[in-house]
Design a protein. Structure first.
Length: 304
């Protein structure tokens, strides 16, 4: 059983280190694509994970396209080399829409991935971890409302969960200022408690359902908030401190769903990232809109 891990752009070394720590051996590398015959893991630094890969010889562009069509309909190409030949193969496959995603929406059709290891050698996987080509999602952006571009991370996290706050659900946004994530939640119709010593952007603060509390995200007592459907956090802090914050709220039993950004300052804290991933049901991923950070998601109703 072969698995291929496509590193997030710019984070190939992070993925290599993550696989090494998990005792996953890399048998071959194809630019950002690391190939292994060991049992698969949920690698956080992989933009996309190709499961149950098939490798076979192809003697022509037509035979390569036919082999892919015989497996399934929708395919995304990864072509760091042999690009022209790969593009000719992709042209013979059913068209996959590259239109930007309108939030909130999530693709439902299976999307496989393939590459040419050599001009006459194809590697493909019908089942992949990401619903977007090479793990890269492009949204139709909201250029007017949000006070920062941080909202794109939250959009992507919720689309990957295939689950987002519904009208009337109660959300807490820790470290909310200036309010990019609070804006997203309020636009969805949720009731939002935005917690930050710094005030929100006035336009966000004035949105229906938004209640700002001028307190520290770390000093806040969960009991003072009560039960919430969603807990969000995009605050800048060391990962170990963020882990303790998650543990505190989990122990309270008051939260159904978590979405937190794990931000690294300096060296990547792989051990703490693994501790986040060890929570039952948790997912830790590098989103296309993340920088040197990961996103921790723990949902009571995650679709994937």
């Amino acid at each position: 059983m072969t698995t291929a891990y496509l590193a997030a752009d710019g984070f190939l070394d992070h993925l290599r280190e993550e696989l090494r720590r998990a005792d996953v051996s890399v048998s071959a590398a194809h630019e950002r694509l690391l190939i292994s015959d060991d049992p698969p893991i949920a690698a956080a630094w992989a933009a996309n994970i190709w499961h149950d890969c098939i490798e076979w010889p192809v003697d022509s562009i037509g035979s390569a396209a036919k082999a892919l069509r015989d497996l399934q309909r929708n395919w995304a190409m990864y072509a760091p080399i042999h690009h022209r030949r790969a593009a000719l193969i992709q042209e013979r496959l059913p068209h996959v829409s590259a239109k930007p995603v309108v939030f909130p929406a999530a693709p439902t059709a299976p999307l496989g991935s393939w590459t040419l290891l050599a001009p006459d050698r194809l590697l493909a996987a019908a089942h992949c971890s990401a619903p977007f080509p090479n793990g890269e999602v492009v949204f139709i952006e909201d250029k007017e409302g949000p006070p920062s571009r941080a909202y794109l991370k939250l959009w992507e996290a919720l689309v990957r969960l295939r689950h987002w706050p519904q009208p009337g659900e109660r959300c807490v946004d820790l470290g909310a200022s200036p309010g990019g994530w609070t804006y997203v939640l309020a636009k969805l119709g949720a009731q939002v408690v935005a917690v930050d010593k710094a005030p929100l952007d006035p336009k966000v603060a004035a949105m229906p359902g938004v209640d700002w509390r001028g307190e520290s995200a770390f000093a806040l007592d969960p009991a003072s908030i009560g039960p919430v459907d969603w807990l969000f956090c995009d605050v800048i802090c060391y990962p170990a401190r963020l882990l303790r914050l998650v543990e505190r709220w989990r122990e309270s039993g008051l939260v159904k769903n978590f979405v937190f950004t794990i931000k690294f300052q300096g060296e990547t804290d792989h051990e703490t990232a693994a501790a986040f991933a060890a929570f039952p049901g948790a997912r830790v991923v590098h989103l296309h809109h993340n920088k040197h950070e990961l996103t921790f998601m723990l949902s009571s109703a995650a679709g994937t």
